[in-house]
Ligand binder design. Structure first.
Ligand SMILES: Cc1cc2nc3c(=O)[nH]c(=O)nc-3n(C[C@H](O)[C@H](O)[C@H](O)COP(=O)(O)O)c2cc1C
Length: 311
């Protein structure tokens, strides 16, 4: 039985987010307020099959405490996806997820990500190859309601016919990016298709969920099996805590120190600037937060961050 079937209902997933859900962030989440499932950032299957493999494979670093964990991969090349899935399997991941939702221009231009919504034949071939590479490991797809118009009926029904283990549905079309609110009624519609076409496929709803309580309510109202949280984590790093508790300034500072220390230890070669986007997540909503953040923005090392935060 694949791991998705063993999860509580509804379950909560931290969404894959490029330059956010790296090894370090996932580790901090696993230590403090762990979701039921973690995803890696999306990793290029072409990159994993290239001479630059060592750079891309860092996205697939994980620890035991992050399990169950799903590796997300993307490409338009079925052969690269097949071989990358075999690699993901060797690395011991619980699942492999195919990105069929990314709206990035470069990704679309290659015919990958959300462009696959316009190419059912290639999407089918890709799913078949990933399933073949996966052996028994869980296979899922993360996608949207359509590319430039909502085609939930055709697209989600088509995905369900491929008999995959889970589908995460971001309730938007690709060309709208995040400008309009997510359409959860369309996500609910997908659940009715699922019940008819492939009852074993789990449906995970995604888009604009701002709190754990809202997630529970949405799971009830829209009948999804799980809720996926992306940007909500920036507003509350303890998003997945159940029951929810209040956290004070010291808790936030402790988490930021933990994050920064592990970031430098893990990625000494990575640009420290990437760390800076997290300062806003931890240092806000208290007296003096703005000034403190401004000072942190000048830092280039853990030691400097520590000096500012520990007085
Ligand atoms: C910074 C950032 C990076 C993202 N990177 C990925 C990615 O690598 N793969 C993916 O499938 N979606 C990616 N997404 C989309 C999210 O997984 C999610 O679908 C989207 O943010 C909507 O959920 P939300 O309203 O809870 O944020 C990214 C989103 C953000 C904000």
């Amino acid at each position: 039985m694949n791991f998705w079937q063993n999860l509580p209902k509804p379950f909560f997933v931290l969404a894959p987010m490029e330059d956010v859900t790296d090894f370090v962030f996932r580790e901090v989440m696993a230590n403090n307020a762990k979701p039921d499932v973690l995803f890696t950032e999306f990793a290029s299957a072409d990159g994993l099959m290239s001479d630059g493999k060592n750079r891309v494979i860092r996205k697939l670093l994980y620890s035991k405490k992050q399990r169950p964990i799903v590796a997300q991969i993307w490409s338009d090349n079925p052969n690269h996806l097949y071989n990358s899935t075999k690699l993901v399997n060797e690395l011991g991941f619980d699942g492999v997820d195919i990105n069929m939702g990314c709206p990035d221009k470069g990704v679309i231009k290659k015919g990958a990500g959300s462009a696959l919504i316009k190419n059912f034949a290639l999407a089918k071939q890709i799913i078949e190859e990933v399933k073949r590479g996966a052996g028994g490991t869980a296979v899922s797809v993360k996608t949207r309601l359509g590319f430039d118009k909502v085609i939930t009926n055709e697209w989600i029904s088509f995905l369900l016919e491929q008999k995959i283990d889970a589908i995460s549905i971001h309730g938007r079309i690709a060309t709208k990016m995040s400008k309009l609110p997510a359409d959860w009624d369309e996500i609910k519609k997908s659940v009715t298709f699922r019940d008819k076409i492939c009852p074993n496929t789990l449906i995970i709803g995604n888009g604009d969920v701002k709190s754990y309580a809202q997630g529970l309510q949405y799971a009830k109202d829209y009948k999804v099996d799980g809720i996926m949280i992306g940007r909500g984590i920036f507003a509350n790093p303890w998003f997945f805590e159940n029951p929810q508790q209040t956290h004070n300034k010291d808790d936030y500072i402790q988490m930021l120190l933990e994050h920064t220390k592990l970031f430098v230890k893990t990625w000494d070669q990575k640009n420290f600037n990437i760390m800076k986007k997290f300062f806003k997540m931890y240092i806000r909503d208290f007296d003096g937060a703005d000034l403190l953040r401004q000072k942190l923005m000048q830092c280039t090392s853990y030691e400097e961050v520590e000096k500012i935060l520990i007085k």
